[in-house]
Write a protein that binds this ligand. Structure first.
Ligand SMILES: Cc1cc2nc3c(=O)[nH]c(=O)nc-3n(C[C@H](O)[C@H](O)[C@H](O)COP(=O)(O)OP(=O)(O)OC[C@H]3O[C@@H](n4cnc5c(N)ncnc54)[C@H](O)[C@@H]3O)c2cc1C
Length: 457
């Protein structure tokens, strides 16, 4: 079967959905292929822009500061690419990089505003949300449900960590102890920290609960009142001003649930940042898909790009396979946003790292060919080095228009662009930059692809 569109995007995580939505909103007919789940849905759901310079332990105070440093130290970082472009004067490189990232993040915030997961945060300062371990991490944007109200400004706050019986991914005692110790260490102890465990019975089951089950349960009317009754008692006993709960406040109704809970227990309530399977990550994935669908784009879930046709320097079509059909999709431009190892954009074996659809050249974070990056040999202590694991920073090398390049530095095809974690030259886990790189490179690749399509039309 044959179909056609102006733009075909391979990958439906943060990068692909941002790119596809921007194109579709500008009237470009767009199809997105998503073969399965994405790292976006596994993420904690807070959008990191840039937390650290790899190898250092002092976080950047703001994304603006971090991007300026990254621009100087890593000119080939996905954030830096837009600045190191022949159209940009040397003295404007840093401001161009910051401007592009700000444009992308502003687009994201505006479009997520009326969805199930609006975001809070600015480029002027990083935020330090608390995790389920009681630690904090620098990030730029948090979901509204993770906002701890007045906690950071409040000198005599009393914080209650509330766990859920039968939910093993959060231990309120450990979180409370770690949080208290960390606050004492920086000389800003809270007035009091407490912990409690409440009981709920999603689907009649008070044990072995998963975050998704709890979130679905809390999406139902009256379930939130059930936990409010128990929490109110604990809040009154401790005199708590704030209540920290694991990230399970609901898949669709989390924002409303937070508000109801705060009114009923008369304290600020916020979600902690947690591990996969992640309800806030899933909320972000669902919200991004809704933005894309509303823009008029077509999303083909369960469709995997498996082969392609190319003539000279031009990609003609991609063939996608779904359980009961094969589809040949002709397009004027293509964006590869297939992620890294969770998404499936990259795979590794004894001959190095491979890009899964087009067999594009892969390079290491140090910009060498990735033939020596062999996952089974990466189990030495390099894995815990402060600079990060080399496997994470390998991927595709791209030109200033985000087109993957060959070994000679020339683009592989004039109409193929790439975005997201498939790009080389950064390690999201040490830098804290994952969803930020995905959103900004998705935005940039879309801009380049739209210009290309307008030119050929
Ligand atoms: C456990 C975990 C926690 C994280 N926490 C955070 C966090 O708190 N904050 C943060 O900013 N970042 C975080 N990250 C990093 C962040 O999630 C990723 O960097 C980001 O989601 C990458 O987005 P992406 O769109 O590039 O790739 P993905 O989200 O992985 O999307 C790739 C998509 O491509 C599809 N695909 C792949 N191959 C094909 C094919 N051949 N045909 C069709 N479709 C295909 C996949 O199905 C998937 O939909 C975390 C990552 C992990 C793993």
């Amino acid at each position: 079967m044959d179909t056609e569109c102006d733009l075909l995007v391979i990958g439906g995580g943060m990068a692909g959905l941002v790119a596809g939505s921007i194109a579709s909103m500008e009237g470009v007919s767009t199809i997105i292929l998503r073969k399965g789940q994405s790292a976006t849905a596994y993420s904690s759901g807070a959008v990191d822009i840039i937390g650290y310079l790899p190898g250092t332990s002092e976080p950047f105070s703001s994304p603006t500061e971090g991007l300026a440093v990254i621009a100087g130290v890593y000119p080939l970082h996905p954030y830096s690419i837009v600045g190191y472009n022949e159209d940009v004067e040397t003295e404007n490189i840093v401001s161009e990089i910051i401007r592009r990232a700000q444009d992308a993040i502003t687009w994201l915030k505006i479009n997520l505003e009326n969805t199930i997961t609006p975001l809070i945060g600015t480029f002027d300062s990083n935020i330090y949300p608390i995790t389920v371990l009681g630690t904090t991490k620098p990030t730029c944007l948090i979901q509204k449900t993770m906002h701890s109200g007045t906690l950071q400004e409040c000198e005599d706050s009393t914080l209650l960590f509330a766990g859920i019986r039968g939910y093993a991914d959060f231990n309120p005692s450990i979180a409370a102890k770690t949080y208290l110790e960390d606050r004492i260490a920086i000389g800003k102890p809270p007035r009091k920290v407490g912990r409690c465990v409440i009981q709920i019975t999603p689907f009649g089951k008070p044990f072995n609960l998963s975050s998704i089950e709890i979130a679905r349960h809390l999406d139902h009317e009256k379930s939130i009142e059930e936990i409010a009754k128990q929490l109110k008692k604990q809040v009154d006993q401790l005199g708590a001003s704030h209540v920290a709960i694991p990230p399970v406040l609901g898949l669709r109704n989390a924002v409303a649930n937070k508000k109801i809970l705060e009114e009923l227990i008369e304290a600020d309530v916020f979600e902690l940042l947690g591990f996969p399977p992640s309800v806030p990550g899933l909320r972000l994935q669902i919200a991004l898909e809704e933005i894309y669908r509303r823009s008029g784009g077509k999303l083909l879930v369960g469709h995997e790009a498996i082969s392609y046709s190319k003539t000279g320097n031009k990609l003609n079509y991609v063939t996608a396979r779904a359980p009961r059909r094969e589809l040949r999709i002709n397009a004027k431009a293509f964006i590869l946003a297939s992620g890294k190892f969770i998404g499936g954009g990259l795979s590794g074996d004894l001959s190095g790292m491979h890009e899964s659809v087009f067999g594009l050249m892969t390079i290491t974070g140090a910009y060498l060919l990735a033939r020596d990056i062999i996952p089974s040999r990466m189990t030495n202590r390099v894995a815990i080095s402060p600079e990060g694991q080399p496997v994470y920073s390998c991927g595709l090398s791209v030109d200033p228009f985000f087109r993957p390049v060959r070994e000679d530095g020339v683009e592989w095809a004039s109409n193929l662009f790439a975005a997201g974690s498939i790009l080389a030259g950064y390690d999201y886990s040490t830098e804290k930059s994952g969803l930020g790189v995905a959103a900004t490179s998705g935005y940039s690749a879309a801009r380049s692809a739209i210009d290309f399509i307008k030119e050929v039309n």
